[in-house]
Ligand binder design. Structure first.
Ligand SMILES: [Zn+2]
Ligand SMILES: [Zn+2]
Length: 290
């Protein structure tokens, strides 16, 4: 067996909707050997990719969990700057129902003057139009080289099609959720994962007061799911609560609540936080390493 020393997860953005200067919008990557898989592309995702030492044009697999704007608002920049910089491989975008229309409307129509101008100066159109794969059913999406990507539908309220993704590499398994509440299907999907990267938008008490609160995972429901699934470690992200309450300790408090019902390791997400699999102590990517 080889290649696992190159399995590295990096949380690119640990925040959500609000314009938090310390936390970018939802985005994460998984390095599998030479390949970089990206999951969601929210606010500041491309800037945070650069901070993590990753060039946008080298990322050619983008997986969208759902079409709430906080998860996708950097997609146009991702596509255009990748095209500008000379993307070598076609960009493939996976996502739930609606992804095809989102890409069709967001890339060419609003930027037709820009595109015409660049093509007029001799720019090759290659790399501008992503190939879109809409996920119609659960299960394995594809197998490539040493890894396999699967999807499961998740429950996120408001009629919003939503999926979680799993990457299997040899005996190792990483699950990345979007937004939504745990379900038996999602629990089964997470079975024996090395790492579950899950939203944890707020405490139960906090979410009870939010009109959208019932669409999201609480520390208690996350602890139950991670325990039942036998997950080795959990990283929490989509840390909305601190944005609304101003309590910068909110995420650590939620982590403590998770630990009361789950015996594995709990990691509070931060932008640029990296985890190697098999596990080595998490470290922060600092700017002088770039
Ligand atoms: Zn969100
Ligand atoms: Zn959402």
């Amino acid at each position: 067996m080889h290649g696992f020393s190159h399995l590295r997860f990096v949380l690119i953005g640990s925040g959500a909707v609000r314009n938090n200067p310390r936390r970018g919008g939802p985005a994460q990557i998984l390095h599998v050997g030479d390949r970089v898989l990206m999951f969601d592309c929210g606010r500041s995702a491309c800037t945070n990719l650069a901070r993590a030492g990753v060039r946008v044009e080298t990322v050619d697999r983008l997986f969208l969990t759902h079409l709430h704007f906080d998860h996708i608002c950097d997609v146009p920049y991702f596509v255009f700057v990748g095209w500008n910089n000379g993307r070598r491989n076609p960009l493939r975008v996976f996502g739930p129902e609606g992804t095809e229309q989102f890409i069709a409307r967001m890339i060419r129509p609003p930027f037709e003057q820009d595109i015409a101008s660049r093509l007029g100066h001799g720019k090759d159109p290659f790399g501008l139009d992503p190939e879109v794969v809409e996920i119609q059913e659960e299960g394995v999406l594809f197998t490539e080289a040493t890894y396999q990507v699967s999807a499961v539908f998740t429950e996120h309220g408001g009629g919003m099609p939503s999926v979680a993704y799993r990457v299997d590499v040899g005996d190792h398994r990483i699950v990345i959720t979007g937004d939504g509440i745990p379900s038996p299907r999602l629990t089964e999907f997470c079975r024996d994962a090395d790492l579950l990267v899950s939203e944890c938008s707020g405490t139960r008490e906090f979410l009870a007061w939010q009109p959208w609160g019932s669409w999201h995972t609480t520390p208690e429901t996350l602890a139950t799911m991670a325990s039942r699934a036998g997950v080795q470690r959990v990283m929490i992200k989509h840390l909305v609560m601190e944005d609304i309450t101003g309590d910068l300790a909110a995420a650590e408090k939620m982590a403590d609540q998770i630990r009361q019902g789950y015996s594995g390791e709990v990691i509070v997400g931060e932008d640029g936080l990296e985890v190697a699999i098999p596990f080595h102590p998490a470290k922060q990517v600092s700017s002088d390493e770039l």
